[in-house]
Design a binder for this molecule. Sequence first.
Ligand code: NAP
Length: 290
Amino acid sequence: MKIDGKTRTCGLIGNPVEHTLSPLIHNNLAQMTGKNMVYVPFLVQNDNVEEAVKGAYALHIMGMNVTVPHKSAVIEHCVSLDPLAEKIGAVNTLVSVEGGYRGYNTDMTGLLRAMQTEEIYVKDETVLLLGAGGAARAVAFLCVSEGAKKVYLCNRTLEKAQQVAEEVNKAFATDCIVPISYDMICTITEDRLLAIQGTSVGLHPNTDNTPLADGAIYDKIHTGVDLIYRPVETKFMKLVKAHGGKTMNGLKMLLYQGIIAYELWNDVTIDNVQAEEILQKMKEEMEIHE
Ligand code: NAP
């Protein structure tokens, strides 16, 4: 990589940022597409989000990714918002425009594109969505905007599921999100489900855990998507597979949220072959041998 007077900078703000794979994604994309661009992580404390965004713009930083815990806090410092990001209430990508940054949510468009590469579609599906935290909440918005027939939003804390369901249903003037707790799973009458695992249960190092205990519900799951990518096969995925379902982990979601941000910053399109090359580099970095 050659850094010179014309090199443009992009970066990531969050806390912590040390373990991020985003520099690997973006610096390899820059090399692959011949862009004179460098991508670096910036540790930003909670109280400094405004200064960080304003400072980045003053430094002509072309674009930024935003990670935990700043995805909501950054919104008030954007000059405009993409409608999906506005609806979800979370921004993970800033794109430099006249007067500041426009905020996008490429986590969700990334998940959608990742699922499409695996031929997994949300339209007309009955979805069993596990979790009601930041990620699951955004997935709930995505499911409704992509035309899911019904979404059972299942969470350990039922009140949180009810709150998210109310918010999403209101945003789309629908009643398609149905909040439930794990002990209400047996009330699901549909027999074909797309399950999306959006809790932190099963994440490394607690790889023997799953939020959804083994049982008859797994016979109804034709496809199980886990947002977790470490381990590459979670306990939830193993159970879906054991009951004859198809599975996907969260690594491609991570890849495509990066790719879509890169496309927004550089006005290019990354094709599936290029995406696959970056995916292999991510697997090498994570020492995933399949
Ligand atoms: P979060 O806001 O902290 O939410 C955590 C969720 O997990 C809540 O619904 C919580 O339920 C549930 N939970 C925690 N412990 C539980 C337990 N013992 N039993 C049942 N449910 C439990 O986290 P998040 O930001 O939404 O992230 C969730 C997961 O998505 C993480 O594993 C993260 O790695 C993954 N993720 C992946 C990507 C990607 O690019 N692939 C992007 C974003 C997130 P309560 O409400 O009851 O506490």
